[in-house]
Design a protein around this ligand. Structure first.
Ligand SMILES: NC(=O)c1ccc[n+]([C@@H]2O[C@H](COP(=O)([O-])OP(=O)(O)OC[C@H]3O[C@@H](n4cnc5c(N)ncnc54)[C@H](O)[C@@H]3O)[C@@H](O)[C@H]2O)c1
Length: 249
């Protein structure tokens, strides 16, 4: 039942705001941990490099949703290495020290890039990985870290390969014009409902990998069954439903 603290790293971002809103609506005390303040819930404004701030933020938390990252390909040394890899390390080690009983990690459909582009569809979570670039490599590492964290702590970890949720109007146009975007879209509403299920649903220990997309325009590219089986989560929206919600002008 809701009522505890959920820490959302990246809580000021596109998916983080959706997660914070949905969890707060269920009665959770939402604590965003981000370089920027979140419009929803309590905000800890700090960098993932700050282990002491992470430790304080995670004390007594019922769950951690780790979304803070550079969210696409970028300079490796300046952005991907500190945000996505060193930040992941700091965050998971702080969660382990605080004995946070559940962790949800933001992976990406980009870890299955080649198969997502050209099939065979649907891509299953156990299919061979084909990362798109160095950003996707950081998400492959994130999933491996999730596996380690689950084994070391005995707590459940979900690595969710998130679909495409546009962060700007230009990004939404790019999605709409792309070949796979309308089939791999993830609306903020569906994302929020996903994170609620990921926090609230009773789970066995271990590392669980699932895809999360809204309902595909036509082709089911990313297998929705693991999320349905694990969390009872069903997407409600279809591109472009919800795409403009909470989108900066
Ligand atoms: N939006 C998508 O289409 C999509 C798809 C697949 C996976 N993801 C993943 O989901 C997560 C959230 O993505 P988003 O689209 O909401 O991105 P976003 O850029 O809107 O949000 C990311 C947030 O993380 C914060 N952040 C980044 N590095 C940080 C650091 N070192 N310390 C503190 N805060 C930091 C940023 O300030 C930002 O508010 C990311 O891990 C991303 O890789 C996103």
């Amino acid at each position: 039942m809701p009522g505890g603290i959920v820490v959302v790293t990246g809580g000021a971002g596109r998916l983080g705001r959706a997660a914070c809103r949905a969890l707060a609506g269920r009665g959770w005390w939402v604590r965003s941990f981000d370089r920027h303040p979140s419009p929803v819930g309590e905000s800890v404004v700090a960098d993932l490099a700050d282990r002491a701030a992470l430790a304080t933020a995670l004390a007594g938390a019922a769950a951690l949703i780790h979304l803070a990252a550079t969210p696409d390909d970028d300079d490796f040394r300046a952005r991907l290495l500190p945000d996505n890899l060193l930040g992941l390390h700091e965050c998971l080690e702080a969660a382990r020290a605080a004995d946070v009983p559940r962790v949800v990690l933001a992976s990406s459909g980009q870890v299955n890039f080649v198969q997502q582009q050209s099939g065979p569809w649907p891509v299953r979570v156990g299919d061979p990985l084909s990362p798109r670039g160095w950003y996707a490599v950081t998400k492959v590492a994130l999933e491996a870290a999730g596996q380690v964290h689950a084994r070391l702590t005995g707590h459940p970890v979900i690595s969710v390969r998130l679909g495409w949720c546009p962060r700007s109007r230009a990004h939404a146009v790019e999605l709409g014009e792309s070949f796979h975007g309308p089939h791999c879209y993830l609306s903020p509403g569906d994302a929020g409902r996903f994170f609620v299920a990921a926090v609230e649903r009773p789970l066995p220990a271990g590392h669980h990998v699932v895809f999360a997309t809204s309902r595909p325009a036509e082709t089911v590219m990313l297998d929705p069954e693991p999320a349905r089986r694990l969390l009872g989560w069903e997407a409600l929206d279809r591109w472009p439903e919800g795409a403009d919600d909470d989108l900066p002008a």
